[in-house]
Design a protein around this ligand. Structure first.
Ligand SMILES: Cc1cc2nc3c(=O)[nH]c(=O)nc-3n(C[C@H](O)[C@H](O)[C@H](O)COP(=O)(O)OP(=O)(O)OC[C@H]3O[C@@H](n4cnc5c(N)ncnc54)[C@H](O)[C@@H]3O)c2cc1C
Length: 339
């Protein structure tokens, strides 16, 4: 049995571990577009606390993969899946066959269409390399303008403030994503952001991001009313968009993410999906839903691996998804808890 897992984030890596525990002799291959072994992305804001060696972020020691007979193919982008032949194609045209496939490719930062042309002027923070680039671009005490302000961005913003940087949040309808905040309670949450020492701009639309030359901040955010804001770094935090391009011709059902039943099986018997890439059927909501957060994603890796090896268990969320306002007036998200 050759289990192939696409993605070495939490979902894919935890699934590999459970598959190995349950099937000591099966062949397990993880394919990852990234260059690094599985590392803890939740801790990446620590690059601002001087933790700048990627080795410090590894979840398992490098020997783990050999000891557990898990083959990890790094820098390998899957571009296509042929579900009839049970093969997948990598960007360098290598074709690999699988008996069972787990899609755990997570998501990438979503950027609204009207801002796509400004991506080269914005920084991202979703892997170690780009986190270090962003850190290098930000002078001590410098200004970060966060567009959107999803829960991932707010988590980073907390560290930036603690490490004496200035955070300006341009709020909009994706602020707090994936939490849902209704219009009545929104003002309380916006106040809480200010309590956390973020400067908040609300009710303005970004028109463009510009590069500035010469001395001073490298960027300028221009709003639709003509006002502008200098920034050392501009970052989009509008939530995630599932990484599914390579599945578009695979013949499995996809809405925004890969659709799976509560057992995390797709519309093909030999393909499962777990983590930020999948939308799970929720009988409670009578809809396919995304479930975010470290605990949920890890649980999905476990559920998929168990079902791939003969169990019949359903995913149930491990998290209360409500954004909390603490007694000191600041916000905490259950998505920020991990161990
Ligand atoms: C800085 C930072 C802080 C965060 N903080 C929090 C937090 O506090 N709380 C929280 O809930 N979430 C947080 N997140 C989000 C969290 O990391 C994700 O929800 C979680 O990692 C999802 O896990 P996953 O395994 O589904 O996918 P990912 O961790 O995104 O892993 C996907 C993997 O798939 C690979 N991949 C993608 N496409 C392909 C392809 N075509 N071919 C081959 N490989 C591919 C990628 O290289 C990657 O290895 C944070 C993210 C970042 C970047």
């Amino acid at each position: 049995m050759h289990h192939v897992i696409i993605g070495n984030g939490i979902a894919g890596s935890h699934a590999a571990q459970v598959l190995r525990e349950r099937n000591p002799d099966g062949k397990i291959t993880i394919i990852s577009a990234g260059a690094l072994l599985f590392y803890n992305r939740y801790d990446l804001p620590d690059v601002f606390r001087g933790r700048c060696d990627w080795i410090d972020y590894l979840v398992h020691p490098p020997a783990y993969y050999k000891e557990n007979k898990i083959k990890l193919r790094r820098k390998s982008l899957v571009t296509e899946v042929d579900t009839n032949k049970r093969t997948l194609t990598l960007a360098h045209r290598e074709v690999m066959s699988y008996d069972q496939l787990l899609v755990a490719t997570g998501g990438a930062a979503y950027v609204p269409e009207r801002l796509l042309e400004f991506i080269p002027l914005m920084h991202n923070f979703n892997n170690f390399r780009v986190a270090m680039e962003m850190r290098d671009a930000l002078p001590d005490g410098g200004t970060v303008v966060m567009l959107g302000g999803d829960a991932l961005g707010l988590d980073l913003a907390r560290t930036l403030v603690e490490t004496k940087h200035r955070v300006v949040l341009v709020a909009g309808d994706r602020t707090f994503w994936p939490h849902e905040v209704n219009p009545e309670t929104r003002p309380r949450y916006m106040q809480a952001l200010e309590k956390m020492h973020f400067e908040v701009i609300d009710g303005k639309q970004v028109d463009r991001v510009e590069q500035k030359n010469g001395k001073g901040p490298a960027r300028r955010v221009v709003f639709d009313d003509g006002s502008d804001l200098p920034a050392d770094v501009v970052m989009p935090f509008y939530g995630l968009s599932p990484s599914i391009d390579f599945m578009s011709n695979a013949g499995i059902d996809i809405e925004r993410g890969v659709l799976v039943n509560p057992q995390l099986q797709t519309t093909r018997d030999d393909i499962w999906a777990a983590g930020d890439v999948c939308q799970i059927w929720s009988p409670e909501h009578n809809a396919y839903r995304f479930f975010y957060g470290w605990k949920n994603v890890k649980m999905m890796g476990e559920v998929a691996a168990r079902n791939m090896t003969g169990d019949d268990v359903a995913f149930t969320t491990a998290l209360d998804e409500v954004l909390q306002i603490q007694p000191d007036g600041t916000i905490t998200s259950p998505f920020w808890d991990y161990d």
